[in-house]
Design a protein around this ligand. Structure first.
Ligand code: ZN
Length: 368
């Protein structure tokens, strides 16, 4: 599953003057020279495509005759798509293009960015559940993961399953006339933060006209007429209900002391409460926690990154999640993007020498 060429140089595209069945292709290809880096051939005839894997006599000379070939995908199970925004070196991007443009095809050949051609056979992106609170929009952890995946050449294709918890809905589970959120960014909507006199709690009377920033944010967040204040602005103490995590609770204790009704919004705790996606294999969960400051933790399929995780930490967390979701170590085929690599992923195999030629590797040229 998830067979993806490790490098675009391994893939050659060739027009062939024979039918795309195994005997005809074998008769045509075996004995023909191919470029030393070529491992896969995308062959085309009369608008149909097939994908082959070839063995060569040697990888030392620049070109070497094909000695054997196996069919990766026959024409009837192969689709060709143009996806000019897709970087075909990134398995997740390949899988995304395949799912969007040729769902159901066993093998999808993608012509992507720079005109490079690659393919994915038996696409089965690894699902990772992401538990996150919103706002802000876009959900930060999901957005960061997507950005990491967009560059992840050495990870298998991943499909993020966002499990979002709306903070206003969460707050409403404990009805109150006044809510205290950790910060404005964590409560306001797409409108973003606004300049306001931070230390003034907004009296409810102001909510009519003009709307106070707090009331407006509350309205946007679906809290109706409730007042909203923000802990990081250290407002004057009111009989509010704190919507926050353990760290917010500690900060509240520090400044105000005393008891405060609290709605726990720590995604790590929410991850246990929200429904696990039903799946034949366990889906690893990735989330964040206010109490983690500089490390990533992984325990029994639950990976937790710090609240303000860097992209590097997000990447570490993703690798841990993939390792946690892996049923058993898989041998993998040399040179392929492995199904679920550990923290150190193998690079492409084959002779480790610089490519001698330009970006497109020559394919066997039919002589007509
Ligand atoms: Zn937490």
């Amino acid at each position: 599953m998830n067979l993806v060429p490790a490098q675009y140089r391994n893939v050659s595209l060739a027009d062939v003057p024979v039918p795309l069945d195994e005997p005809a292709l074998g008769g045509y290809l075996v004995g023909r020279p191919v470029y030393r880096r070529t491992r896969y051939l995308v062959v085309r005839n009369a608008g149909a495509y097939a994908v082959m894997e070839v063995s060569k006599e040697s990888e030392l000379p620049l070109f070497s005759p094909v000695t054997a070939m196996t069919v990766i995908a026959r024409p009837e199970e192969t689709a060709f798509v143009d996806a000019p925004d897709t970087d075909t070196a990134i398995p997740t991007q390949l899988a995304r293009a395949a799912a969007a443009q040729a769902p159901g095809a066993r093998c999808v050949i993608v012509r992507g960015r720079y005109g490079h051609v690659s393919f994915i056979a038996d696409p089965a992106p690894v699902r990772v559940r992401v538990v996150e609170v919103v706002p802000p929009w876009p959900p930060k952890l999901v957005d960061q993961l997507e950005r990491v995946l967009d560059l992840a050449e050495d990870l298998p294709p991943v499909e993020l399953v966002a499990d979002l918890v709306d903070l206003a809905s969460l707050a409403r589970t404990r009805p109150a006339g006044h809510y205290l959120f950790p910060c404005r960014a964590g409560s306001a909507s797409q409108a973003g933060p606004r300049a306001t006199s931070a230390s003034q709690p907004s009296p409810r009377a102001e909510a009519a006209s003009p709307p106070s920033p707090g009331a407006e944010a509350a309205g946007q967040a679906g809290l109706g007429a409730a007042d909203v204040s923000y802990l990081d602005e250290i407002p004057e103490r009111e009989p509010w209900t704190l919507v926050g995590c353990a760290r917010s609770r500690s900060i509240h204790d520090w400044f105000y002391g005393g008891d405060v009704p609290t709605v726990d919004m720590c995604p790590r705790n929410l991850a246990d409460q929200t429904g696990q996606t039903p799946a034949p294999t366990p889906v690893p969960t990735l989330t964040k926690c206010c109490l983690l400051e500089d490390r990533v933790s992984s325990d029994d399929g639950l990976v937790v990154v710090p609240w303000g995780a860097s992209l590097a930490q997000i990447r570490d967390g993703l690798q841990l999640a993939l390792a946690a979701g892996r049923p058993a170590p898989q041998p993998g085929r040399a040179g392929e993007a492995p199904a679920a690599p550990g923290p150190t992923s193998p690079a492409a195999t084959g002779p480790a020498s610089p490519a001698a030629t330009g970006p497109t590797s020559p394919a066997p040229r039919p002589r007509r």
